[in-house]
Design a protein around this ligand. Structure first.
Ligand SMILES: [Zn+2]
Length: 457
């Protein structure tokens, strides 16, 4: 049924350089697109124009205000048993301040280690690595590791990269607000040097940081194609275009936006056959706390969103994964679809995450998934080069952009044309239960975020 459309999509995308050209212009023309910055605002205008030229029927930008952050200066000093300056960077939303305290190192931050070192953490600066805890059943995000340290009374936080390479790893300390204590990052090597200095005597460190938290305006970019009188349903394909101030943010997530743009370009000539409206959204302010997607989901609660597909980490490597966000009953449907599409290097599963732009939709009960490349370059770290200085364009492979754009376009063409989708909205109560079953209510509380069903409003 989709043979002709598939052939057009694949031929269009595999013979086109436009995805890589877009990504090159985005990265070289607009820098890191850090949330709330002038670069982010200018990039939003550029992306809207690109959406329009790719054949969107309608485009617009939606603005929202939120707390921004500006990096100024940060210093880390070992003060005992020796006096030595160390390389570091502040994590976004690190406040201005100065603290000096004993350093407590928790390794990969297994919850049992937090429990065992509870008393030591009170009044200390806590250092923990970015690594996923060994012997634990799930990953632990930076926000949870920080939140657990704060609960125990930590007065400062050091996020140590878990892999060698001399790179600190950035990422906002809190979701959309200033952190309570100075929070910084050091490389694997710097972390280990400090630990060696303190191997015999008590290790004391001082963090001095000066930064600015201010109110700023950011812009989501929206483009729509398709839709008919027979359906009022919308399918959202989104991905964040903002990046980290220290890098080009090419793979995370310039590549994801390039995939969305190219999928739009390939689908536009077939818009008449799309019964449901396809809405492409380039989200702002994801890295600072999912604020663009939260705004968009909150603004459009009345409309009927049949499905939300997020593209964060798409197009940056092979081993494509479509990860459902609390809809295990839909795994079979998508598995059958990828089989029918003859997509060999693609797997489907269900594993909910609180850390990208699908979450504000999923938590509202909208069927959601994220599509990403599982294998992403050669850094050896779980995030690849993401969140470091060297998430740069030179690591992006054009073929992977084309492959994921074709996948997304073909999936969306199917979802937009089927009579009935076996994807059902869930109630707040159901989502609250899913989140509690996964233990995410605890995680959200550590991170200072609201738990679905427990909002005051
Ligand atoms: Zn991302």
């Amino acid at each position: 049924m989709f043979a002709d459309v598939d052939r057009d999509i694949v031929a269009d995308l595999y013979l086109s350089r436009s995805g890589m050209e877009f990504l090159t212009q985005l990265v070289d023309g607009f820098g890191s697109r850090f949330g709330g910055s002038e670069e982010e605002r200018r990039a939003s205008e550029f992306i809207e124009e690109q959406f329009r030229q790719a054949g969107a029927d309608r485009t617009y930008r939606e603005s929202f205000t939120c707390p921004g952050w500006k990096r100024k200066s940060t210093a880390l000093t070992v003060t005992a048993p020796v006096d030595r300056g160390m390389d570091c960077i502040a994590l976004p939303y690190c406040p201005s301040g100065e603290v000096e305290a004993p350093l407590v190192y928790l390794g990969d931050g297994h919850p049992q280690t937090y429990e065992d070192r509870k008393e030591d953490m009170d009044g200390a600066i806590v250092m923990v690595t970015t690594a996923t805890p060994s012997f634990y059943h799930r990953t632990m995000h930076r926000g949870e590791k920080l939140g657990r340290a704060l609960e125990a009374g930590a007065v400062g936080f050091i996020w140590m990269r878990g892999e060698p390479g001399g790179l600190p790893e950035t990422g906002s300390a809190r979701f959309g607000r200033a952190c309570e204590v100075p929070a910084i990052s050091v490389s694997y090597e710097t972390g280990h040097e400090m630990l060696r200095l303190g191997s015999e005597d008590e290790l004391r460190v001082r963090i001095e940081s000066s930064n600015e938290v201010y109110e700023t305006t950011s812009y989501n970019v929206v483009a729509e194609i398709g839709g008919s009188e027979d359906s009022d349903e919308v399918i959202i394909v989104g991905g964040h275009y903002d990046g980290h101030d220290i890098s080009q943010s090419a793979a995370d997530n310039g590549a994801g936006v390039a995939v969305a743009l190219e999928a739009l370009r390939a689908l536009a000539p077939h818009a008449d056959s799309l019964d449901r409206t396809i809405r492409f959204v380039a989200f702002a302010q994801e890295e600072m706390g999912l604020m663009g997607s939260e705004y968009h989901a909150g603004q459009n609660e009345e409309e009927s969103v049949a499905f939300m597909l997020n593209l964060d980490g798409a197009g940056r490597g092979d081993r494509c994964q479509l990860v459902l966000q609390g809809w295990p009953e839909a795994v079979r449907f998508f598995n059958d679809m990828t089989h029918e599409m003859y997509e060999a290097d693609m797997s489907v599963g269900d594993s909910m995450s609180l850390y990208s732009d699908m979450y504000p939709f999923a938590r509202r009960g909208i069927p959601a998934a994220t599509l990403r490349s599982k294998r992403q370059g050669t850094s050896g770290a779980p995030r690849g080069w993401g969140h470091t200085y060297w998430d740069s364009l030179d690591k992006v492979n054009e073929r992977f952009l084309q492959m994921d754009a074709a996948r997304v376009a073909r999936i969306v063409a199917r979802l937009a044309s089927m009579d009935e989708l076996p994807l059902h909205q869930k109630t707040q109560k159901e989502m609250g239960e899913t989140i509690r079953e996964l233990g995410f209510d605890l995680v959200l509380r550590y991170e200072g975020r609201t738990v679905p069903g427990e909002e005051n409003c």
